[in-house]
Design a protein around this ligand. Structure first.
Ligand code: 3NM
Length: 222
């Protein structure tokens, strides 16, 4: 196996669905399956915050979601928990700036996908040096899903990265909806990562399709 190519990574970032059990008002597996059927390109298991599962329950829930991902050919990324990702033989890991150092995580993951959250040019350059396959930039818009989210930045950081010649695949996060997704991709993002836009939607499949169309319009205008 070798590291994922940038082109392949860009394709996967188009509609990146992130979810944990506490992000759902209805059966999470049902929501995930409906979203996968409609064309989610990448999935992240993020079991965090109030009421999040732990221990065995977390492990079993992750396994169920991973099984669903395999069924629909959606790569399965684990947020933060490198040991769980290795135990499950997940497709990759996403880490923030306060998690285990990216350099260490890259060594443990070998060729698996590594995503790193960055909030400015310096953090992005550091993540690239440490072996990230993509970087997550956020919060682009106000979000109430992440309690410790940093200051809202609009599309400014994405633009700064592009203006400074950063070519690593980029995905925006935070408060993204079908209505604002186009502007994020126009600014240089390769796709959108969302939690509630899909997990709280009355029709997750309809929402995925709308996001996909907005992303394609934005990319066409880059
Ligand atoms: N990370 P929603 S914002 C998980 O800024 C996460 O790094 C963020 O949820 C960051 O799509 C965020 O419901 C929450 O706004 C995204």
């Amino acid at each position: 196996m070798s590291r994922i190519s940038a082109d392949e990574m860009r394709q996967l970032l188009k509609v990146y669905f992130i979810m944990g059990s506490n992000n759902c008002k209805e059966n999470p597996l049902k929501i995930a399956e409906e979203a996968f059927k409609a064309g989610v390109t990448l999935f992240q298991f993020r079991e965090k915050g109030n009421g999040a599962l732990t221990g065995e329950a977390k492990y079993h829930f992750a396994k169920e979601l991973q099984h669903l991902c395999k069924q629909y050919d959606v790569p399965f990324i684990v947020n933060d928990d490198v040991e769980l990702a290795l135990e499950l033989d997940a497709d990759g890991v996403h880490i923030g700036q306060d998690d285990e150092a990216a350099e260490q995580v890259r060594k443990k993951l070998r060729d698996k996908i590594l995503g790193v959250s960055a909030h400015n040019l310096e953090e992005a350059q550091q993540a690239i040096e440490n072996g990230a396959d993509y970087i997550g930039i956020g919060p682009v818009f106000p979000t109430s899903t992440k309690e410790d989210a940093k200051e809202v930045q609009g599309t400014s950081v994405i633009r700064v990265l592009k203006e400074n010649g950063i070519t690593i695949p980029i995905v925006g996060i935070g408060g993204i909806t079908p209505e604002n997704a186009e502007s994020i991709c126009e600014a240089g993002s390769d796709g959108v990562s969302v939690i509630t836009a899909i997990s709280h939607a009355s029709s997750p499949s309809g929402r995925v399709q709308m996001l996909k169309q907005a992303v394609e319009r934005g990319i066409a205008n880059q």
